[in-house]
Design a protein around this ligand. Structure first.
Ligand code: GLC
Length: 424
């Protein structure tokens, strides 16, 4: 079976555990209409200040979040320590634009790390390279002030080297004040994006090589993602977002460690009026499709400004909880199979265990090409009931080298039924 190229950071646990929670939380939870609202509506710092002045998640209890994630079968979490708006969820000594200066008045990140660790989950920090609040961050094509008539003039007073010092300083804080971390998730580089004479930002702007060196020195085992605009082989994990790769991601022809990050409804931040919530089928099939092509799934929740997961998010997590209760071993420790699945199905495999995920429930028989004489026993995973392999009497010679499963007419009452095949 395929194995990903080795990485500098520790990815062994990651490629075993396969499923994590992404948390996008910040001041954007108050306007509740997308985490890029400051960009989309070209909001000035002055006008955005009200969200800071009213930020007070009084119902915040990270243990509830951690328990919901664990019940859903998630094994790690990645939270936005700071998103593009520049607001910090911890008591950084390098800025006043932080939660401890809001009406809430306390650190959010420390209790969150503790609560998730207590539930046995691994911990990652998403940290934005971009900062739409920092006075030295030069205005560019995605900055909220990109269309301001004096943008170029204003940039004369902005010193990127001071911003880089801040960025590296906060990275040091995050990697020294919260114990051993498992993932650092930087976001994002856009070197080629020219706009009104203002250039995009990439490795030279962030001093990415120096930043990566700092990260590896402070936490040698940590996983670093691929958004620093450095050569791809320097990253530990590759991160396609909001689309489902058709096959295992490769760099220079080599399969690599990858993770697709997805949302429940489109926006990463809490979006009150968004109605494009994924169906239970989409949610479960997304996880299966990802592992069947050798990847990890990082599923996102945007908590509300009261500090809770809203009912729609809890319902979506519960879809995972009810399916993973019976099917988690077809995900953990599994990867892309050496066999090709019949149409309307997917395979995941863990050594001599092959998991057939049936998306389209057939009538009575399913032909598994190439598996004749390769399977000792088969059962439905949700109830461990035996699945026999007896080709239809009148079509025995049609089977060729296929193993023919005899399935119940009625589809089991689970979102995606799975047959566990014990290979000979
Ligand atoms: C995109 C979004 C950003 C989000 C990130 C997560 O870059 O623009 O808001 O944090 O994806 O992958």
């Amino acid at each position: 079976m395929l194995k990903p190229a080795p990485t500098a950071g520790d990815t062994d646990w990651f490629t075993h555990d396969r499923f994590g929670l992404f948390i996008h939380w910040g001041l954007y939870a108050l306007p509740a209409r997308h985490e890029w609202i400051k960009h989309r509506e070209e909001i000035t710092d002055e006008a955005y200040q009200k969200y800071f002045d009213y930020f007070n998640p009084d119902l915040y209890d990270p243990t509830e979040w951690a328990k919901a994630a664990r019940a859903a079968g998630m094994k790690y979490m990645v939270v936005t320590s700071k998103h593009h708006e520049g607001f910090c969820l911890w008591d950084s000594q390098l800025t006043d634009y932080k939660v401890t200066n809001t009406p809430y008045g306390q650190d959010l990140l420390g209790p969150m790390v503790e609560a998730f660790r207590a539930e046995g989950l691994k911990i990652g920090f998403y940290h934005s390279l971009i900062d739409w609040h920092h006075p030295d961050f030069p205005i560019d094509g995605i900055h909220p002030l990109r269309n301001h008539p004096d943008a170029l003039e204003m940039n004369k007073d902005r010193d990127m080297s001071k911003y880089v010092e801040y960025l590296h300083g906060q990275t040091r804080e995050l990697l020294t004040e919260f114990g051993p971390l498992d993932i650092i998730w930087f976001d994002f580089s856009y070197p080629g994006r020219e706009y009104r004479g203002m250039s995009g930002k990439g490795r030279d702007d962030w001093q990415s090589e120096k930043l990566l060196k700092l990260v590896r020195e402070l936490q040698p085992n940590i996983m670093v993602n691929n958004r620093l605009d450095l050569p791809p082989e320097m990253a530990d994990v590759h991160t396609p977002e909001q689309y489902q790769p058709r096959e295992w991601l490769r760099i220079n022809g080599q399969p690599v460690v990858w993770e697709t990050c997805q949302t429940f409804s489109g926006s990463w931040g809490y979006h009150r009026d968004e109605s494009t919530w994924k169906s239970p089928e989409q949610l479960i099939k997304m996880l299966i499709n990802t592992v069947a092509t050798g990847g990890n799934l990082l599923m996102n929740v945007g908590p509300t400004a009261r500090g809770v997961f809203d009912d729609r998010a809890l319902a979506a997590l519960d879809v995972y909880a009810r399916w993973m209760k019976f099917h988690s071993r077809s995900i953990y420790g599994c990867t892309q199979s050496e066999f090709s699945a019949p149409s309307g199905c997917r395979y995941t495999q863990n050594e001599d265990r092959l998991y057939l995920h049936i998306f389209d429930w057939p009538f009575k028989h399913l032909y598994l090409d190439g598996l004749k004489d390769r399977v000792k026993y088969a059962q439905l995973l949700n109830d461990a009931s035996e699945i026999r392999f007896t080709p239809p009497r009148l079509a025995a010679d049609e089977a060729g080298d296929a193993l023919v499963l005899e399935l119940p007419v009625v589809k089991p009452d689970v979102v995606v039924p799975v047959v566990e095949l014990f290979l000979a």
